[in-house]
Design a protein around this ligand. Structure first.
Ligand code: ADP
Ligand code: MG
Length: 227
């Protein structure tokens, strides 16, 4: 299984009385492109943070790629995440004053634990940027000087640098017009296929579901705040 949740609940420590996530059972198979949708505020980002091990559930079992994340100690969790999970954020979260190469290098640095991986880093980054058709001249400029389209490609390259088995994309298309959105999702799907990576794509926009193999409605999975 790619992801298995059982009896998972979550409340933010600052608001312990408000349960945000309450999921009885949720399973996602490997080798499929998954689409999760739900309205704003329904707990999508919170759930993604649980699945990627950024936050631990208040209770319940979280299994990702056959690893029990709720049981892992913090340093092992950090390592698991760095080595297995790629993340694309809504606003890409690139460091604006660094160029494309250095943005990706930083992500690579935190996960690589062998000298060989470190030694090959430069070539791996250049190969990825080439695969994503980022112009070599643009790689030398601070990313804040690049177009949104270029920044997206760099965000995708960064997410793939550690050869993740699971790619999580948290509403990466919400600020794009339809053409840019179509090409972004098509590119992402192509990269996932090339790199044999599972995809969990999240949006409030249900019309995107045709791009994916399986659709999950958070409102049907998450029982929090329901009578
Ligand atoms: P979505 O991604 O679907 O828009 P979120 O997971 O961001 O939803 O938010 C779900 C709920 O959790 C909201 O009610 C939000 O106010 C609350 N929430 C999100 N982040 C925090 C936080 N750091 N502390 C307390 N409450 C939060
Ligand atoms: Mg969100």
């Amino acid at each position: 299984m790619l992801i298995q949740l059982h009896e998972v609940t979550y409340a933010y420590p600052s608001n312990k009385n408000k349960t945000i996530i309450q999921i009885k059972d949720w399973q996602l198979a490997q080798q499929q492109k998954h689409f999760l949708y739900g309205p704003s505020g329904s707990g999508k980002s919170t759930l993604l943070n649980i699945v990627s091990g950024v936050i631990k559930p208040t209770s319940g079992r979280v299994e990702v790629l056959n690893e029990r994340l709720d049981k892992l100690k913090q340093h092992k969790l950090d390592k698991f995440r760095a080595q297995n999970i790629g993340y694309i954020f809504q606003k890409f979260n690139l460091i604006p004053y660094l160029n494309a190469f250095d943005n990706i290098h930083l992500a690579q640095y935190f996960a690589a634990n062998t000298k060989k991986q470190q030694a090959n880093a430069d070539k791996t980054i250049m190969d990825l940027l080439e695969e994503l058709q980022v112009n070599i001249d643009d790689c030398q400029r601070p990313v804040s000087q690049l177009s949104v389209g270029q920044q997206q490609r760099i965000g995708i390259a960064r997410a793939f640098i550690n050869q993740p088995k699971l790619l999580i994309a948290d509403e990466p298309t919400s600020s794009l017009d339809q053409d840019a959105r179509d090409s972004f999702i098509t590119l992402l799907n192509k990269l996932c296929a090339n790199h044999n990576c599972n995809l969990l794509f999240v949006s409030h926009d249900m019309s995107l579901q045709s791009y994916f193999d399986r659709t999950h409605a958070l409102n049907q999975i998450n029982l929090a705040n329901k009578d």
